[in-house]
Design a binder for this molecule. Sequence first.
Ligand SMILES: *Cc1c(COP(=O)(O)O)cnc(C)c1O
Length: 376
Amino acid sequence: MIPFNAPPIVGTEIEYMQSAMASGKLCGDGGFTRRCQQWMEQHFGSKKVLLTPSCTASLEMAAILIDIQPGDEVIMPSYTFVSTANAFVLRGATIVFVDVRPDTMNIDETLIEAAITEKTRAIVPVHYAGVACEMDAIMALAQQYKLFVIEDAAQGVMSTYKGKALGSIGHIGCFSFHETKNYTAGGEGGATLINDASLVERAEIIREKGTNRSQFFRGQVDKYTWRDIGSSYLMSDLQAAWLWAQLEAATKINHQRLSLWQHYYDALQPLADSGRITLPSVPADCQQNAHMFYIKLRDQQERQALIDWLKEAEILAVFHYIPLHSSPAGKRFGRFAGDDRFTTPESERLLRLPLFYNLSDNNQHTVINSLLSFFS
Ligand SMILES: *Cc1c(COP(=O)(O)O)cnc(C)c1O
């Protein structure tokens, strides 16, 4: 069986985890956490990076940090993972869904302004497949209407927009280190990127159960006390050790993924030229990270036929995201602004192919050959 995904493993994870064990400190904010955070601050140009248990936790932290209140509205695409919306619904917000662009499946920046009301507090661009949203347009709108921008960069680690790292452009950025993402912290993990210096102090307090424990450990205060609402949003240092192994190999992992991506693209180009499938597109200003390789089929029926065909050849290909506005919770907690021109029809055509760091050339050839034979 060729799996759809396998967690990235570079080989040095065990050694670093053993070193974390030997350090006698496994809880959050240990040596490996500090190394990972500093590495990301330097590489991605963020004021403060905080490791968290997941991107879901990072999004929840962000919603608390920008003080989302019941009745506030938050704008995002409907074509995304549930956590993007849930984090804000947990604070009582109403989600306002905006259609996606068919070329990137990212929120259509030209439709955002019409969705803004006096209740709007934030825009949450989701960088689908690690390809950037049109951030200049989104940041300009945010400035004009005094809104926060929280980037859901779960899929965008190591991608850039006009040379800037995804996650470092909005006021806050959220990364995922889940095993299905490009880099993992031993299966689960995340990071919150605080790019607005005025938010850093409160972010640390929210992450430490609402206390100023981080300042205490830096010797900035004599004792720590309960200061604010908060939760436990720390990553274990044992997981940070695993993540450190992956960050050290970040460029190698990125190159390998990009090369697999390009291989799919070149091999399937003839099918796109003859109009049988649509290939993904990456705008000129965006350097992607090959988080995903997807194709678009004619319709849902053809997609199912291809999934069955691949399964017959012991290859797992999957689709995802039933648009949130058409799900039971999405109907309860949100509304669609404008028309659903592309979200539903494009999501029904999309199919993801196996793409992961340890995918062998041989197995990739098998996938490509099986695809080509389906169409011939
Ligand atoms: C994976 C993903 C998440 C959730 O990440 P976790 O680390 O599993 O919580 C959120 N948003 C998007 C767009 C994702 O792809």
